[in-house]
Every structure is written in structure tokens, then in C-alpha cells.
Design a binder for this molecule. Structure first.
Ligand SMILES: [Zn+2]
Length: 109
């Protein structure tokens, strides 16, 4: 199984999210999983759940995930933002992390 499919399955990613790239650094014992979204999808306002078109993306962010075989493992993505008529420009909720958390939901220190 290719590494991209492997991580998509263990992360339980669902459409429109997908694993875009996986890179490994043997020196740093680190794996970076880059996530991206399919285009043309609607996103929900995090406050009122209204479906809205993509507005833009926040800066790329990184979340610490469970280690993979002793390698520190990180997710990286640019979170989508929507412009809600009632709530303004907000980042959508991400399936793998609580808002503002630097760790994924699966991560247990
Ligand atoms: Zn809203």
C-alpha cells in the first residue's frame, strides 16, 4: 500500500480532505503528512453550520500527531475559511483537531 493511502486510512480522512504528500526525514526521525482539499466544495460556518463557498485559506499550520514507528509525525494543512453573512470570515472546523490546538485529536502526550 502506498504511503499516501496508508495515512489517509489511518487518519480516517473523508472527502474533501485527502493526503497530498508524505515526506520522511531519517535524520530528524520525522514524518510530515501534507493534507489538502478537493476544489469546488462547500464548507460550513463553524458557528451556524451554514454551507458556504470557500473564501480563502489561512496560513499553513502544523499539528503533532501520533508517532509512526518512533518517528515524530506531523500533519500540515492550510485551513479553509468561509465568509458567513452573519459571522464574518472564519476558519472552518477541521476533522482532526480542535480549534487552536497544536495537536491532533488522536494525539496523547
Ligand atoms: Zn455563520
Amino acid at each position: 500500500m502506498r504511503d499516501i493511502e496508508f495515512y489517509a486510512q489511518i487518519l480516517g480522512l473523508e472527502d474533501p480532505w485527502f493526503v497530498d504528500d508524505v515526506s520522511m526525514s531519517l535524520n530528524d526521525r520525522r514524518i510530515d503528512i501534507s493534507l489538502a482539499q478537493k476544489e469546488g466544495r462547500l464548507w460550513r460556518c463553524p458557528k451556524c453550520d451554514t454551507e458556504l463557498a470557500l473564501y480563502d485559506h489561512s496560513e499553513a499550520r502544523t499539528w503533532r500527531h501520533l508517532d509512526t514507528g518512533g518517528f515524530q509525525t506531523f500533519l500540515c494543512a492550510r485551513p479553509p475559511r468561509v465568509e458567513c453573512p452573519d459571522h464574518g470570515v472564519l476558519q472552518v472546523l477541521l476533522p482532526w483537531a480542535e480549534p487552536k490546538s497544536r495537536f491532533t485529536k488522536d494525539f496523547r502526550p
